[in-house]
Design a protein around this ligand. Structure first.
Ligand SMILES: NC(=O)c1ccc[n+]([C@@H]2O[C@H](COP(=O)([O-])OP(=O)(O)OC[C@H]3O[C@@H](n4cnc5c(N)ncnc54)[C@H](O)[C@@H]3O)[C@@H](O)[C@H]2O)c1
Length: 379
């Protein structure tokens, strides 16, 4: 890693891909100062990205209820350890906020950022209920200004972008249906209740709205025989059928205790052909009569580059006078994904196909799939 000249003494940059970055001489006076709420698994990674990998940003403050961990991380990257998340949001030295706290806290924290007029990148999900997510949409619509970006980073993944380009380029004709899998080797004890739908498969809800440029109008959860290896309180695996507004259908598998690795794939079937997303190819090993390659161990490895590109795009937007980066998921997308997740939970509970109800889309979000709509709000 070539970080020569960077002010990152004492940082834990192990495993970060900074090679080739021109970090030298970065002027912290012009960098966007980001406050990070939540320094757990992904919050810690994002703090390191903002400090070391992303060009044009620095971490101004962090907050976590695990105050010792937050203080240690703050001192690693030269940031303040805020006494509370409201203090961080109101800190004049913080230009923008990245929220990486648990999902059920996001809405209150996002609304505080909106009240303070600060751009915010909120990790997914925007909210754990559609009503909560709607509060963000309504607050932005009332202010007439988009400040919220939601961390559906797949929109920045090279593989998913290729799938989108193939669809938009007409390569597969009219997209008709898709098959998707989303498997994790395991989940922490904090993964409870309906989180397979509201926290994990919510990625697919955003992904297929975006790939097909269509809203999801109905969901059906198909009960599946439970794996003996998963936590007893989780229904795992599950299959969810998604119906899109134009009649296209997606079958999406969620399996959060698959044991063998992190595995996200899909195939979109069109009238002329198909486009399939595989795990990125690493090294191919031929030996002992077999041909094989590694499966990514976790989401951090599989989507590390996508997180970096997502945050870089956000910082680039902020430094060029925009508040949401082009093509990112915005508050409407976060709301729609939360509404689909809630509908899927209802479908399982009722044992029946359940329709998604969305409010009318405010003009502020004109342009399908989170595309930029010319907001030129200044920081
Ligand atoms: N985009 C992705 O692919 C992706 C991947 C992982 C996690 N996430 C999302 O990021 C969020 C965090 O996930 P995680 O895996 O890092 O979880 P985590 O449990 O590792 O971290 C959450 C952190 O929030 C802290 N916290 C709890 N209450 C808080 C409060 N009131 N204020 C501030 N911090 C508080 C916890 O102490 C913990 O450190 C979740 O919404 C999750 O869905 C997104």
């Amino acid at each position: 890693m070539d970080c020569e000249g960077m002010d990152c003494e004492g940082m834990d940059c192990e495993g970060m891909d900074c090679e080739g970055m021109d970090c030298e001489g970065e002027d912290s006076a012009v960098a966007v100062s980001v406050g990070v709420i939540g320094t757990g698994m992904i919050g810690t990674q994002h703090v390191h990205r903002l400090s070391c990998q992303v060009v044009g940003s620095r971490v101004g403050a962090v907050f976590d209820v695990a105050t010792d961990r937050a203080a240690a991380l703050a001192s690693e990257v030269g940031a303040q350890a805020a006494a509370s998340w409201p203090e961080l949001v109101d800190d004049p030295a913080v230009d923008a906020v990245l929220i990486a706290s648990p999902g059920d806290l996001h809405v209150e924290q996002v609304l505080a950022c909106l009240a303070a007029g600060k751009p915010v990148l909120c990790e997914k999900p925007l909210a754990t209920t559609a009503d909560d997510a709607l509060k963000v949409v309504q607050a932005e619509a009332a202010a007439g200004r988009r400040l919220v970006q939601v961390g559906f980073m797949r929109r920045y993944d090279a593989g998913f972008r290729d799938v989108k380009a193939a669809i938009e380029g007409g390569v597969i004709g009219e997209p008709l249906l898709a098959h998707a899998v989303h498997r994790n080797p395991g989940v922490p004890g904090t993964f409870v209740g309906e989180m397979s739908l509201t926290d994990s498969l919510v990625h697919e809800f955003d992904t297929f709205r975006w790939l097909f440029a269509q809203e999801i109008v109905a969901t059906t959860v198909v009960p599946v025989r439970q794996s003996p290896l998963g936590a007893a309180h989780l229904r795992d695996p599950q299959i969810v059928l998604l119906e899109l507004a134009n009649g296209a259908v997606v079958d999406a598998e969620s399996f959060v205790n698959c044991q063998y690795g992190y595995d996200v794939r899909c195939e979109v079937v069109g009238s002329l052909g198909t486009v399939a997303l595989d795990n990125p190819r690493t090294t191919l090993v031929l030996g002992a009569g077999r041909r094989g390659e590694a499966v990514p161990p976790d989401w951090g490895v599989r989507f590390g580059r996508a997180y970096q590109d997502e945050i870089q795009a956000w910082i680039d937007a902020l430094t060029t006078g925009r508040t949401v980066s082009e093509g990112a998921s915005d508050a409407w997308d976060g709301y729609a994904a939360a509404a689909v997740a809630e509908t899927a939970v209802a479908s399982f509970t009722r044992g029946a196909r359940t329709e998604v109800t969305l409010v009318e889309k405010p003009d502020l979000y004109a342009g399908a799939g989170g595309s930029a709509n010319g907001q030129e709000d200044e920081l």
